[in-house]
Each structure stands twice: as structure tokens, then as C-alpha cells.
Design a protein around this ligand. Sequence first.
Ligand code: ASP
Length: 344
Amino acid sequence: MKNKKPNILLIYTGGTIGMVKDAKTGALKAFNFKNLLTRIPEIQLLDCDIDTVSFESPIDSSNMNPEYWVQMVEIIESNYDAFDGFVVLHGSDTMSYSASALSFMLENLAKPVIFTGSQLPIGDLRTDAKENLITSIQLASLYEKEQPIIKEVCLYFEYKLYRGNRTTKLNAEHFQAFASMNYPELAESGVHLKINKEHLFNPNSQEPLKIHKTFDNNIALIKLYPGISEALIQTIFSTPNLKGVIIETYGAGNATTQSWFIDILKEQISKGIHIINVTQCSGGGVIMGHYETSSALKQIGVISGKDITTEAALAKLMYLLGVNTRNGNTFKTMYETPLRGEIS
Ligand code: ASP
């Protein structure tokens, strides 16, 4: 970018930010994006050029799936050279899943991709959409020595910029809907924009952008709870074509030591099914072997999700299965290695 205003592409996928109330039912539904920007005249004052593109049929993000992730990435792919940064408007419900997925899909990303949305529609008097949108655009426009400052997939909400694959939606009521419990904020918006440069993803790679579009969703997510039955676990593991399972365990990665449970996992691992241990806690991570109740998991070859979020764990599993890392040990090593800053 030389001596010109940065240009930002706004990608509208759907979500509350652009929704209107159905006159009959009163329920919020996605509507066409065209009117959205006219509701924020302040956007004209920003020191950048803005172009927009919208999903043909915007969605409530509860309908999100890997095909939509590919749609988003293809928009970025075909506009990558023409724009300096990307802001993705997305419903908050599954925003952390999508931000995680895109972080894996966009290898060697050298430009900002910032997800944002809002808890109230942009037309609402008390909306949080304006600040979220305006600051996201400003963050995506930040340049230094002709280089973008942010070169990763982020999520901006309620005055805070986070690494996307570190976030979780924690609150359906507060404007501060997201948290990044295991990684510091990348930036904070106050009177000034404070960028925490030391926390930005900066792998120093000069490699060109490499895009991955294949996700394998032959996976399952099991949340342990006291009283979970052998029959349920067996049923999940007998799902046809299953390739990987994430188990949300207790605390630092602990699970029941009942022999039926360990035996099932052992048998599945021997069949080549990848099993990943992720904690149910919002903060902290898995340390297998720390308690007796996780030692057996370690011994039988369960993969440690360390301090990954469940959202990033799912996206990473589908992504790594998609890039076809079939060898069990390589898969384990890759899973336990931070690829886009998703684990510490
Ligand atoms: N249900 C909405 C969605 O995720 C909520 C939001 O936009 O924040 O699309």
C-alpha cells in the first residue's frame, strides 16, 4: 500500500447487525445488506475506501457450516490482492467457530481479517453495531512502513480486539459477549486505539497465502458429565465414517477412570480414530498426567488440546482431517503444535 488510502472490503454474511424484526412474529430475521451502510453515515468520515459484498442470502449464524466458511474464504481469495484488509460481519452465535475456521484456512495470511457483529441490530437506538463496525474498519486499516499491522484473523467486539481462534461467546445478554481467557487482547479501543503489538501473530513468513478449503466433518464432540453412560459413548463411537472425537473433560483434562471408558477409547485409538482432550473450563487447559484421572488418557495416546477453545479444537480437527494427515503420530504432533497461535 503506497501513498493511498487503505481500502477495506466489508463482507456481510448475516447476523443481528443487519437484521430487522418480522412485522408478524416479532422475531429477528436476516435482511438485505444494501441498506445497512446508509444507517451509519459516520462511515464516510473514515480515512479509508470501503467496498461491500454480501452473501446472496444472509444467514443467522446458527445456520453456519463449512460450506459457508468456504464461501467467505473464496470472497477473500478473489479480493486478496485488491484490498488491504477485510471486515467480516457475522452473527455472534458462531462467530468464534468461523473465526477459528478461517484462521486455519488462510495459511500465511499477511492482511487483517476482522470478524465483528453486534448484539442489537444496527437500526436499534441503543445499538452496539456502530462502534463495533467503525472500530473494526479502523483496525483493518492500520498500516506501518507500508505493511499492515494486523496479519491474522481477529474478532472485535465491545472495545476489544481478540485473536479469533482464542475467543468464546460467553454472554447472550451483555454487549461484551466474547472473552479470550487464555490469550491477551490484541488491542483495546478507548480514547485511543491501543495495539498490543507484542501479542500479534507474526510468524515472519514470506510465503504466499495458501488457502485450504477442505474440511472433514466426520467428527463428534462429547461433553463429559457425572453419570454419562457406556451406551451413549458406544453409540457415538459407532457413527459411520467417524475419524476424530473431541472430549470435553473436567478441569485440567480429567475424566472418569472407569475401565469401560478407558477401554472404549483405547480400542478406538487403535482403530485410527483421533481423540482429543479439551477442558470444559473456559480458562486454563489440559495437562494430562497432572492428576491420576488423566494419566490413563495420556498413556493410551489421547491428543492434548492444551489450552485450545472448543471452537478452535473443532475447526482444527476438521481442518487437519481435511488436509489428510492420516498417520496417527504426525496427526498428534500437528494437533498439539500451535499452527495459527490457537494454543500456547
Ligand atoms: N442469532 C444471531 C446470529 O448469530 C445472533 C447475533 O447476530 O449476534 O446470527
